[in-house]
Design a protein around this ligand. Structure first.
Ligand code: G1P
Length: 290
């Protein structure tokens, strides 16, 4: 049972990034020089995923074009002899027929977005990646989760500890540690206020789910924020099957948040040899005014 399909819910309006996202998909916002969505798609392919399923909405044309060939740009780069850039531009386009698009035509929440992909996923375990969660790591999270799936043959969510006052931003777990970076989940709750949070262990946007999740998502029960929540469906699934948490290594940036997005840009830019020195110099300079 190989994990071959990955679902990317990308229908969100990105209101937090207006006006930048008025005519552009928020997933196309670049971290350094690569759109957020491309980091997630590359992570999926690196983990052995063969089919990318985008659950889109209106105004996401740029996203579709990004993963398609662009002969005009390719020709220009070729004529200018920019071979390296040409290679990059060509390589980011997945093999023909490996991307599928479907639409979430009502903004009913993350759980509903995943449910929209049910017929394309079919009866097999699959991955879900939320592009807003960008993780800088030497151990790509989905690759590690696929390895854990091979071992446990059960649904898995990526998890990390968050500050106690931040629990109302996440799906929060009641879980016991099985070993080093693996938790067995007993219960979970979407966006609890700190006083009601069972822990500070939060779900981060990488999941491997068994197809049984669709039965629970199909009930379309509304949860936190009046939305159909993936966390609620997973909580229901827990009554039938075990679900594990994988505490990943690395730094996670919340790119759905303006400050988190800027931090991601800085952290990823500092990894680039052509920018590192200039940035360090700049940081030292402005630090004197803090
Ligand atoms: C979603 C999930 C939440 C999870 C979070 C991770 O929330 O509903 O359980 O902890 O992603 O980023 P959202 O950020 O879409 O509100």
């Amino acid at each position: 049972m190989k994990i071959k399909k990955a679902v990317f819910p990308v229908a969100g309006l990105g209101t937090r990034f207006l006006p930048a996202t008025k005519a552009m998909a928020k997933e196309m916002l670049p971290v350094v020089d690569k759109p957020l969505i491309q980091y997630a798609v590359e992570e999926a392919f690196d983990a052995g995923i063969e089919q990318i399923i985008f659950v889109t909405g209106r105004g996401k044309k740029a996203l579709e074009d990004h993963f398609d060939r662009c002969f005009e740009v390719e020709l220009t780069l070729q004529n200018k002899g920019k071979k390296e850039l040409l290679k990059q531009i060509q390589e980011l386009v997945p093999k023909t027929g490996t991307i599928v698009y479907t639409r979430q035509n009502e903004p009913l929440g993350l759980g509903h977005a995943i449910w929209c992909a049910r017929d394309i996923v079919g009866d097999e375990p699959f991955a879900v990646l939320l592009a807003d969660d960008l993780i800088q790591t030497d151990k790509p999270v989905l690759t590690e989760m696929v390895k854990k799936f091979d071992r446990f043959r059960a649904s898995i969510a990526a998890v990390m500890e968050v500050d106690n006052d931040q629990t109302d931003k996440y799906g929060i777990l009641d879980a016991v540690k099985l070993e080093n970076n693996i938790f067995q989940i007993n219960d979970m709750v979407e966006k609890p206020v700190p006083a009601e949070a069972p822990s500070n262990l939060a779900i981060i946007g990488r999941y491997i789910l068994t197809p049984s999740i669709f039965q629970h998502l199909g009930k379309k029960e509304k949860g936190a924020g009046g939305e159909i929540q993936l966390t609620d469906a997973m909580k229901a699934l827990l009554k039938e099957q075990p679900i594990f948490g994988y505490k990943f290594e690395g730094t996670r940036f919340d790119c759905g948040d303006k400050a988190g997005f800027q931090m991601a840009n800085l952290a990823f830019a500092l990894e680039r040899p052509d920018m590192r020195e200039k940035l360090i110099h700049f940081i030292r300079e402005i630090q004197q005014n803090f």
